[in-house]
Design a binder for this molecule. Structure first.
Ligand SMILES: Cc1cc2nc3c(=O)[nH]c(=O)nc-3n(C[C@H](O)[C@H](O)[C@H](O)COP(=O)(O)OP(=O)(O)OC[C@H]3O[C@@H](n4cnc5c(N)ncnc54)[C@H](O)[C@@H]3O)c2cc1C
Length: 397
């Protein structure tokens, strides 16, 4: 086993190109979008043209063919600028495209994955419902068999890009008596009759991004659009989270770095009691804690990315990285507001938006509490991951 803390040339190039676009092209637009609470799909289309929407998807399916750490780097650099950009990567790449890569058949990969990786179609993932979030088995959406089709009825809530996406992975009960074995994953298209969506306004954060709901009113889905096998939806939903959470963790690292950088800059400019505030030890303590969080989060993310590249099951490690990194980001943003004093309370400075944006990641893709339950159960031996029927491809170089 070789352990390296070096990023390879591909990683460096990807970091540079995402950084350049996000900081120079996207930043101003994001600030306007955040203020107006209005999402603009143009930025996603640009991300598609630049190849950000299929970085770790094999070239034969329209992607860049780069390893999983590359997707982490894209997530980190995007969230350095704004969480809404990274959320698009989480749902489009992590939760949807990688789910199809793992569980889809060849026809589904050609029909759905390829245009998604090429950025021609935008995709998302609909699991959460008005009455079921953490408790996935409690979902109420139902799919009823009807000849060569399934008819889906129900609704989804808090879905990122609900009003924007062209393609959806969604989950419905095909057998209400079978618990988690009675859930099936389906691939839906925006054009499917009976599918409608709407947006949620006045969110605490991710205001430049779209978050909404989906209604399924007798949506007719051909059987060939079942992802995986009938009754395999719970496992698919959870394995998609292994990839989504990786992007959330890496994005949170980007936000923590942005909060640290803004704090260092401010602490070197602002003066009190005749010296720079950075020279006060209690301000240094805030920044020291950010450093510790950033370094430890990065290690956990790189370990999880390395395991993905090697094709090793990483549910525990990715969940740990997600739990830690999202709390590091929240703490860093909070400390950054503190360092900025009154100015931290104003949208004139970027740290106010960082604090609002960092809160959601402690809720979505598994709340803090769910992450802690998982880690406790792993340690106590109550939770053991069995091999999955379908594996993600490894990226051993
Ligand atoms: C900005 C944003 C974007 C999102 N995007 C998506 C998306 O694209 N797709 C999608 O499917 N979902 C998405 N979600 C939904 C998100 O995944 C859920 O909100 C989350 O899983 C929690 O579910 P819930 O809101 O129903 O809370 P609940 O499950 O009702 O939980 C409420 C509280 O109870 C706690 N709790 C619940 N069960 C337990 C337990 N057993 N032990 C201890 N505590 C417990 C929770 O931790 C939480 O604190 C998004 C949410 C947000 C805020």
């Amino acid at each position: 086993m070789t352990i390296s803390f070096d990023f390879n040339d591909d990683h460096k190039l990807i970091r540079e190109s995402v950084r350049e676009w996000a900081r120079k092209e996207a930043y101003e637009k994001i600030i306007e979008m955040d203020k107006k609470q209005k999402h603009d799909r143009q930025l996603l289309d640009q991300m598609g043209e630049l190849g950000f929407l299929g970085v770790s998807i094999p070239e034969e399916y329209g992607g860049g063919g780069f390893d999983y750490i590359s997707t982490g780097i894209v997530s980190e650099e995007l969230e350095y600028v704004d969480t809404s950009l990274r959320v698009a990567i989480s749902v489009h790449n992590g939760l949807n495209s990688m789910g199809i890569l793992q569980w889809g058949n060849e026809e589904q990969k050609q029909k759905y994955l390829k245009p998604q990786a090429e950025g021609k179609k935008i995709a998302t993932y609909g699991l959460t419902e008005p009455n079921a979030g953490s408790d996935v088995v409690g979902l109420e959406t139902k799919a009823k068999e009807d000849g060569d089709y399934y008819i889906i009825n129900g609704s989804k809530m808090w879905i990122s890009l609900a009003d924007v996406a062209d393609h959806f992975i969604t989950f419905a009960k095909t057998d209400s008596d079978k618990g988690h074995r009675g859930i099936t994953a389906f691939l839906l298209e925006r054009e499917f009759k009976g599918l409608s969506s709407g947006s949620i306004k006045d969110k605490l954060g991710v205001r430049a991004g779209n978050t909404g709901f989906l209604n399924y009113d007798d949506v007719v889905v051909p059987k060939e659009n079942i992802l995986g096998e009938l009754g395999e939806g719970f496992k698919i939903a959870m394995s998609c989270l292994d990839n989504g959470r990786f992007t959330v963790a890496a994005g949170a690292l980007g936000l923590a770095k942005a909060a640290r950088d803004a704090s260092v800059k401010y602490a070197n400019e602002r003066k009190s009691f005749g010296k720079k505030i950075g020279e006060h030890q209690l301000v240094q303590q805030h920044i020291a804690k950010m450093e510790l969080g950033i370094e430890t989060a990065e290690m956990l993310i790189l370990k999880s990315g390395w395991m993905k590249n090697e094709g090793i099951r990483n549910t525990k490690e990715t969940a740990l990285a997600k739990w830690h990194a999202t709390n590091v980001a929240w703490d860093a943003a909070d400390a950054a507001v503190q360092i900025h004093g009154g100015n931290g309370f104003s949208a004139e400075f970027p740290v106010e938006r960082m604090l609002r944006n960092s809160r959601g990641a402690r809720i979505y893709e598994g709340t803090d509490e769910i992450q802690q339950i998982m880690q406790g159960q792993y340690a106590l031996g109550y939770r053991v991951d069995k091999p999955l029927r379908m594996k993600m491809p490894s990226y051993k170089n």
